[in-house]
Write a protein that binds this ligand. Structure first.
Ligand code: SF4
Length: 365
């Protein structure tokens, strides 16, 4: 048997409502009974992976566990915590994504008791009009209260947000200074992608806004350059408050990088459980759907090597080309273009390289 898999991702495809920008597979309005059935099916999936229940087959403890969504905390997670308990210890990084409206003292107690030690809260915008337009269901003040409550329970907490949403401007927000005082340990800053299946895409295609809840969001579409400027502004702002970029879209205080994501970008194996979740174990790639056996695809060794290797370029650690000399010529060309810098055989993105990383990866693949 190969080395034990140390990372586990669990997906919860349930949401309070559908956000305008989102095209992920997720469902709103799922009944409590169906959510309970889903959690029960997850607990049953975990047992065959760790058949002894004490993790002995897989050299417990797990290094990282990540509950993502959707909104994991709209489910009662306690049955899962019980099954996972023998598989984690104090060194396991256990992350849960939280929607601000799911943040209550009771939920935070349950998470803490379940071994969770890292929280990522979906903030998305500082602007109340934009939040309403996104259909997020809370105001900035409510999100702020939620985050301050999280910090009473979890030191390791951060937010994720979107750059480039029509009508939003981070650079001009008077609330940035308040955000600076939140004690953030981590931020994920994603630029908006106009997914064809999203409500926002349809709205922008017909050139109207939905009946405006507050009526003040101008549907200003930003150019790629403007979005780059906002990203660059936020990158500097985050650096000023002590969060350094360690991956294209991720920033953290020193020592607070997300270990789970770093493990996947560094080429480690991981289990993926729950509808829509992907897994990577050796040459196997898995994808799960509720109530069905996982889809399993076996990839070639060449594909496997490339996939594991290439994503290290997204991170500040960089790509060590020592075991892929055939890439060196191409990587050196990116160095000449100012997109990468080189230290011995380790290549890292420059600031400009971060902005065009996807095209660099596409060329290497
Ligand atoms: S952005 Fe998150 S909370 Fe909103 S619909 Fe998508 S998965 Fe659900």
């Amino acid at each position: 048997m190969g080395e034990a898999v140390k990372n586990l991702y669990v997906h919860f495809p349930f949401c309070r409502g559908k956000c305008t920008y989102c095209a992920l597979y997720s469902k709103a309005g799922v009944s409590p009974a169906d959510r309970e059935a889903y959690v029960n099916s997850l607990t049953r999936s975990i047992s065959p992976i760790f058949p002894n229940g004490d993790g002995s087959q897989h050299s417990a403890p797990l290094s990282t566990v990540y509950f993502g969504g959707g909104s994991p905390a709209i489910c009662d997670l306690r049955p899962l915590f019980k099954v996972l308990n023998p598989l984690i210890d104090k060194n396991t990084e256990f992350s849960v994504e939280l929607h601000p409206l799911d943040v209550t003292e009771e939920t935070l107690h349950v998470l803490k008791d379940g071994g969770v030690n890292r929280i990522s809260m979906g903030l998305q915008s500082l602007n109340d009009d934009v939040l309403k337009h996104m259909r997020r269901g809370y105001t900035f003040n409510e999100a702020e209260r939620a985050f301050r409550l999280i910090k009473e329970y979890f030191d390791n907490a951060g937010v994720d947000f979107i750059i480039g949403y029509p009508g939003d401007s981070w650079g001009q927000s008077p609330r940035l200074q308040r955000l600076a005082d939140w004690g953030l340990k981590h931020c994920s800053a994603y630029s908006l992608i106009f997914e064809e299946k999203s409500a926002l895409f349809k709205l922008t295609q017909i050139g109207t806004v939905p009946p405006p809840p507050m009526g003040t969001v101008p549907l200003k579409m930003y150019s790629d350059e403007e979005i780059m400027d906002e990203l660059s502004f936020m990158s500097h702002f985050l650096s000023e408050i002590g969060l350094n970029r360690y991956e294209i879209s991720n920033y953290s205080a020193p020592g607070y990088e997300c270990r789970h994501n770093m493990a996947t970008w560094s080429g480690e194996d991981y289990y993926g459980l729950g509808t829509g979740a992907h897994g990577r174990i050796g040459l196997k790639r898995t994808r799960n759907w509720w109530g069905q056996s996982p889809e399993v695809e076996t990839v070639s060794e060449e594909f496997d090597f490339k996939e594991r290797k290439i994503f290290s370029l997204r991170t500040a650690r960089g790509l060590d080309a020592g075991d892929c000399p055939h890439w060196i010529e191409r990587l050196d060309r990116f160095v000449e273009e100012g997109l990468l810098e080189k230290e011995n055989l380790v290549y890292r993105l420059t600031e400009r390289g971060f902005e065009v990383c996807d095209s660099i990866l596409a060329e290497l693949i």
